[in-house]
Design a protein. Structure first.
Lengths: 294, 326
């Protein structure tokens, strides 16, 4: 959790210094869910995520240098520095920034796993906003109809970009799953240990029964939607800051171990950044060819 | 006249048109309370209220479809897709309903809606945040595809698009949103859709372009004329479909030479159609083959490489020289 946080803080810093460009979405404040769910997955399982995917990616791969490189557009990036923040593809990991687009694809991948019969499952992460897309409901229907081993984790952070839940969402999350006969539950927590034990049985069930499940995690992002575009009430952010997953976990550790963990994480992040920086810009060879033909 | 950037000019068009016509309704993701991610709809929510400036769920197919229904029912919806790359989710609605309603109903129903979306590269974003796929829309009969190039024509064309009785795809060059300002008259200004504009008259070479490529091309053309004394006629296409072949071919008949500059990918981009139209209407006047400068046939790459793939001043200049020297 801490290394995801420090990684993303560094990313935002690099953006504000003008060293990174384009779009990025950090998961600052929402890291607990990612870590808790993904810790239960095994080699062979797969994850499908969206625009806010750094936490999921890092929890799955611990490939800090690869993600730095990707954001910097360098060789050695997750996809050679060509995809950027929200187009990460690695073994068992798929993202696409077009909301809702990968939902049926995740179902298809779950179908393939079911046919393969090796007990692998998939996890699909969705935001509350993405729940507005029609593909979600086409897919819930198919998931249920074909009993596919996909765990849908809805990270409800109460906003779709700037639009609050009550302006974009009708009915209830679990009601939507139930309507399709998909098992569902919800939890409001930023406590990684609580979430971890909560998801243990859910992952086990999806794996054991090869049936879909949709679980809603009510949480909050403590960062801007992207960078600097925050229009939410300050008191609301403050309330959630007191429930920062890092704070909750830190309270359980003594000062010495906290400092030790901080030190280790700092080293990991620093070293990863240096490794990413040491690589050349993406596609240097193609660039030379392009330069010549133009 | 006040000086405005394109965002401000579009915003002015909205304020004036919504004031004037109560049936105009704005809708889209984050367009209301927030004022839109690019701030084009800033202030409209406060001025006209939530019935006329609607924040929608994240549902492009639903947004486009609802807008179509509202248009059939007598409203004039102007819907926003946050980036052109998200409009594909609304594609079946555009293609199956918006584009076909007039024809299918034998003129009983029309769909007076506008679908606005920022397009194009040069802002160092990601693939579907940066592409130029006007061909998708231009290829579909029954809709008009409009691409302004500057604040003043953006404002005047948006007003025309809102008033048009048929669906209009309004493709906004996001690279030009805040890149420069122009004088935009406070008084109403409307431009006719389907008309290209000759922005520089000339006799030796015709250059056709549109959107954010217009400015890059204009700079190259001006510099070239100054350095070589060649007289170039520059055309800002403004509407991609229906295409104003008369203005283009009249120019080519005069100059005998033509270069088309597009940000879109090469294969079946608008340049292909322009060349075909020149073939139909001005072939015997040509002194040289028509050249095109375009993106390559690849997915728009990430920021670190996009400059490698977008048309550059050097390429434009070379295409002009080669055409003139042929
Ligand atoms: C199809 C599509 N429409 C619009 C966007 C632009 N966009 C990116 S993130 C976002 C909000 C997403 O909200 P949510 O699903 O709740 O995820 P969160 O950002 O809160 O993590 C929007 C509108 C997009 N990426 N894809
Ligand atoms: Mg959200």
């Amino acid at each position: 959790m801490l290394s995801i946080r420090r990684f993303e803080e560094r990313v935002l810093e690099l953006f504000s210094r003008g060293e990174l460009f384009g779009t990025t979405h950090t998961s600052i404040g929402q890291e607990a869910g990612a870590v808790a769910v993904i810790d239960h997955l095994k080699h062979g399982d797969f994850i499908v995520s969206g625009h806010r995917c750094h936490g999921h990616y890092l929890a799955w791969t611990v490939d800090y240098a690869g993600l730095f490189g990707e954001l910097m557009g360098r060789a050695g990036g997750v996809v050679g520095g060509r995809g950027g923040s929200q187009h990460l593809h690695a073994e068992g990991f798929y993202t696409n920034g077009v909301l809702g687009n990968m939902v049926p694809v995740a179902a298809g991948m779950a179908m393939a796993e079911k046919r393969r019969g090796e007990g692998a499952i998939g996890v699909l992460f969705l935001g509350d906003g993405a729940m507005g897309e029609g593909t979600v409901y086409e897919t819930l229907n198919m998931l249920s109809l074909w009993q596919l081993p996909l765990l849908v984790v809805v990270e409800n952070n109460c906003y779709a970009q700037t639009t609050p839940l009550d302006l974009h969402f009708a009915g209830s999350f679990s009601g939507r799953a139930k309507a399709f006969g998909v098992d569902t539950g919800e939890i409001e927590s930023n406590d990684v240990r609580e979430l971890h034990s909560h998801f243990e049985s859910i992952v086990k069930k999806v794996r054991g029964t090869s049936a879909p499940h949709m679980e809603i995690v009510h949480t909050y992002r403590l960062c801007a939607h992207s960078k600097g575009d925050d229009f939410r009430p300050a008191e609301e952010i403050e309330t959630w800051r007191r429930r920062d997953p890092l704070r909750i976990e830190a309270a359980r550790l003594d000062e010495e171990s906290r400092n030790e963990i901080e030190r280790q994480v700092e080293e990991i992040i620093h070293e990863a950044e240096q490794r990413a920086r040491a690589r050349p810009p993406a596609g240097a060879r193609t660039n030379r060819v392009m330069e010549a033909v133009r | 006249m006040p000086k405005m950037n394109m965002v401000q000019a579009l915003n002015l068009a909205f304020h004036q048109e919504m004031e004037k016509d109560e049936t105009v309704v704005v809708m889209g993701e984050d367009v209301g309370v927030n004022g839109g991610v690019f701030r084009v709809t800033d202030g409209l929510y406060n001025a006209f209220g939530k019935e006329r400036v609607m924040d929608t769920p994240l549902a492009e197919s639903g947004i486009v479809g609802t807008a179509i229904g509202m248009a059939i029912g007598g409203l004039k919806p102007v819907a926003e897709m946050q980036f052109s790359g998200f409009a594909y989710i609304g594609f079946p609605q555009i293609e199956n309903n918006a584009a076909r309603m007039r024809n299918r109903s034998r003129g009983q129903f029309t769909v007076p809606m506008v679908l606005r979306m920022p397009y194009g590269g040069g802002v160092r974003a990601l693939e579907h945040h940066s592409e130029s796929k006007e061909t998708y829309w231009a290829h579909t009969a029954g809709i008009k595809t409009v691409i302004p190039s500057g604040p003043r024509n953006a404002r005047a064309l948006l007003v025309a698009a809102i008033r048009d009785p048929d669906p209009v795809i309004f493709y906004e060059p996001k690279h030009s949103y805040r890149a420069f300002k122009e004088e935009v008259p406070e008084a109403e200004e409307v431009m006719e859709l389907g008309k290209a504009q000759v922005t520089h008259e000339g006799t030796d070479l015709t250059v056709v372009t549109w959107g954010s490529m217009y400015h890059q091309t204009r700079r190259v053309v001006e510099e070239y004329m100054e350095q070589t004394g060649v007289s170039v006629e520059l055309i800002d296409l403004l509407t991609i479909a229906p295409m104003d072949y008369k203005t283009i071919t009249a120019s080519v008949r005069k100059t005998g030479r033509c270069v088309v500059v597009q940000e879109a990918q090469r294969t079946l981009g608008p340049a292909s159609e322009i060349i075909a139209l020149i073939n139909d209407h001005a072939l015997m006047y040509l002194e040289a083959p028509v050249k095109r400068v375009s993106m390559f046939d690849v997915t728009m790459p990430y920021f670190s490489r996009e400059q490698m793939f977008m048309p550059t001043p050097k390429q434009i200049r070379r295409a002009m020289s080669e055409t003139l020297d042929f």
